[in-house]
Design a protein around this ligand. Structure first.
Ligand code: A3P
Length: 277
């Protein structure tokens, strides 16, 4: 509420908006590395080698409450992230007059759920009963989830991105996995820092892609042993990073139930999900 009331967006701010467990960490790594590539090259002393992506690109609420919007994101444009649904964003971020940019990263609802279940199972305090897959799935299907139901979150940003395509970049986790170079180029252009022909020839996009890959980030000391803030254990952020892992956990009945809900809630808006590559 404090952030909504008091945060003042600037025209060149860039917000990375993501439903939890849809690839926030990856998007932060990519956006930070692309935006600040003049300052940091992937091979030498890059901040990602010693800092978790969530430290480099803070969540808006935390940055605002810590009054960290200038120190932590000193560069212009300011880059921060949010899990907040579109309707609940601070009005100045949504303001047509200010017109700051939003990158939304969407992931298919099946992998998102499985990723969340693994994450919340690990993060669950020891004094609570373990959360069974069945119970967690039932809650997800009823829309009981951090930051609200999956379908409301995705559709909120999707509809707005159709209205104002010049201010929104709508990416999917699956497309990024399938063709990272193409979508990193789109991201760079959208952020106002397109890759030059020389950079492309030198293989800089591939280098950044490798730096930000799950296999690289997962093996760094900061992500093996570090924490972000007092609660977030960095290693819990890097699991498989695949498209289609849900087939290993969801039963046909679960898939049928979620299929039906997604159809009911999301049909007719022109949005489809890739559930395998
Ligand atoms: P899985 O649990 O399916 O492996 P978030 O960053 O929003 O919390 O999302 C977490 C999901 O993104 C996890 O998915 C995690 O493994 C995956 N992930 C983390 N870093 C990644 C990266 N660099 N590239 C691709 N996926 C990544």
């Amino acid at each position: 509420m404090a952030v909504r009331q008091h945060f003042q967006a600037r025209q060149n701010d860039i917000t990375l908006a993501v439903f939890p467990k849809s690839g926030t960490t990856w998007l932060k790594a990519l956006a930070f590395s692309i935006l600040h590539r003049q300052h940091y090259t992937p091979s030498q002393n890059h901040p990602l080698l010693t800092s978790n992506p969530h430290t480099l690109v803070p969540f808006l609420g935390k940055a605002f409450l810590d009054q960290d919007l200038t120190s932590n994101i000193a560069h212009s444009p300011r880059l921060f992230s949010t899990h907040t649904p579109y309707h609940a964003l601070p009005p100045s971020i949504k303001s047509f007059a200010i017109g700051c940019r939003i990158v939304y990263l969407c992931r298919n609802p099946y992998d998102t759920f499985i990723s969340a279940w693994h994450f919340f199972t690990k993060a669950r305090p020891d004094n609570l009963e373990p959360l069974s897959l069945n119970d967690a799935f039932d809650m997800y299907c009823r829309g009981v989830f951090a930051y609200g139901p999956f379908w409301d979150h995705v559709l909120g940003y999707w509809k707005e991105s159709l209205e104002r395509p010049q201010k929104f970049l709508f990416l999917t986790y699956e497309d990024l996995k399938d063709n990272p170079i193409l979508h990193m180029k789109r991201l760079a252009e959208f952020m106002g820092v397109p890759f030059s022909v020389e950079e492309e020839k030198e293989g800089l996009i591939e280098e950044i892609s490798r730096l930000c890959s799950i296999n690289n980030l997962r093996e760094l000391d900061v992500n093996k042993t570090g924490k972000t803030g007092s609660l977030l254990v960095n290693k819990t952020l890097f699991r498989k990073g695949e498209v289609g892992d849900w087939v290993n956990s969801l039963t046909p009945e679960m898939v049928e139930r979620l299929d039906k809900i997604i159809k009911e809630k999301m049909d007719g808006f022109g949005l489809t999900f890739k559930t395998s590559l």
